[in-house]
Design a protein around this ligand. Structure first.
Ligand SMILES: *Cc1c(COP(=O)(O)O)cnc(C)c1O
Length: 370
């Protein structure tokens, strides 16, 4: 079976580094925050080209805390796209603010910058561009709009560790950047994890307090606080894995290029790297009509496939109170109906890639033949 992501193969390749790092945390008994987390925060801040990195316990917590640090709450509006994982809008709703959707650009799958200004009202406080699949949104126009309207920009970089936009790293362009270290992400913990990046010393101070019960010193609670701290073990694991991230990202990029080359005769939409971007291929997604025809034959050939994501967020039941209906965001809806993700992870082999593209191509031929 070729899985979508092979966490076991990666563990085998770095086991000798991971086990002593984890043992050191156990010996130190710094199970929550502590030196390993601080070490990882510093390393990840410099990797992202930012001043500060604040480790938390998930990407969702990172988004929630970033919004809280900007004072966003009841009655406020936050602009994002409906073609994302539910965590983006869940975090907005935790604060009491309302998600306001802007459709995607159907080529890059990131927010359509030409439609943002029409969605701004006097209640708008922030824009959350989602760097979907590992490619950054078109940040320059977004930052320009935010500046003109006095809005905060929070990057949802949960799928975009190491992605670049005009030479600048994901997480370094907005006021705040949010990352997830869920195990299947490009940089994954051995459990849950997340992190916020910022160049702003005030946000850095707030975020460090708020992740730890808002205490300026033990039992002195000065800010609304949460238990969003990162585990020591996750800090140690991530610190080891970060050293391999560039090599893994380059492997993902090679595999993606090879997929695109081998699938080109089919003439279907394959991922497009926007000019000036470094796509880090958290997922490799193609678009096909009659997507269901692929499920059985791919499975029979021992190939896992995924759908990221089948239902755009504005049509999720949980958001029914926002009053949206099918047709409100046509590009997100059409793309959601057609996307299909192929296995991608650094350890994928040329043989795997040939098996996936060969199988995929023959299914495509039989679908086309009717
Ligand atoms: C994974 C993800 C999140 C949430 O991260 P968790 O660590 O799972 O809480 C948020 N946004 C996007 C786009 C994601 O892919």
């Amino acid at each position: 079976m070729i899985p979508l992501v092979d966490l076991k193969a990666q563990y085998e390749s770095i086991k000798d580094e991971i086990l002593p790092a984890v043992a050191a945390v156990f010996e130190s008994t710094q199970f929550v925050l502590g030196e390993a987390v601080a070490r990882f925060e510093n390393a990840f801040a410099s990797y992202c080209q930012v001043e500060h990195a604040i480790g938390v316990n998930s990407g969702t917590s990172a988004l929630h805390l970033a919004l809280e640090s900007c004072g966003i709450g009841d009655g406020d509006e936050v602009i994002t796209t409906p073609f994302t994982f539910i965590a983006t809008t869940a975090a907005i709703r935790y604060t009491g603010a309302r998600p306001v959707f802007v459709d995607i650009d159907p080529q890059s799958y990131t927010i359509d910058v030409n439609q943002i200004e029409a969605a701004i009202t006097e209640r708008t406080k922030a824009i959350i561009p989602v760097h979907l699949y590992g490619q950054m949104a078109d940040m320059d126009p977004i930052l320009g709009i935010a500046e003109r309207h006095g809005l905060v920009v929070i990057e949802d970089a949960c799928q975009a560790h190491g992605a670049e936009y005009k030479g600048r790293r994901a997480g370094s362009l907005g006021h705040l950047g949010c990352f997830s270290f869920y195990p299947g992400k490009n940089l994954g913990a051995y459990g849950e994890g997340g992190l916020i990046t910022t160049n702003d010393p005030e946000h850095n101070k707030h975020l460090r307090l708020m992740r730890d019960w808002g205490q300026s010193q033990k039992y002195h609670h000065t800010l609304p606080g949460f238990n969003y701290r990162m585990d020591g073990v996750q800090g140690a694991v991530l610190d080891v894995k970060l050293r391999h991230l560039e090599e893994w990202t380059e492997a993902r990029r090679r595999h993606a290029a090879r997929y695109t080359e081998l699938l080109s005769p089919l003439d279907i939409p394959t991922p497009v790297e926007s000019p000036g971007n470094r796509h880090v291929y958290h997922v490799y997604t193609v678009r096909v009509p009659q997507r269901e025809s692929f499920f059985e034959p791919m499975k029979e050939a021992g190939i896992s496939i995924g759908i990221h994501y089948p239902i755009p967020v504005h049509l999720q039941k949980i958001h029914a109170d926002l009053g949206h209906k099918a047709g409100d965001f046509p590009d997100s809806e059409q793309v959601a109906n057609e996307v299909l993700s192929l296995p991608i992870f650094p350890e994928l082999t040329e043989e795997n890639i040939r098996h996936v593209t060969g199988t995929f191509s023959s299914v495509m031929e039989s679908v086309r033949a009717g």
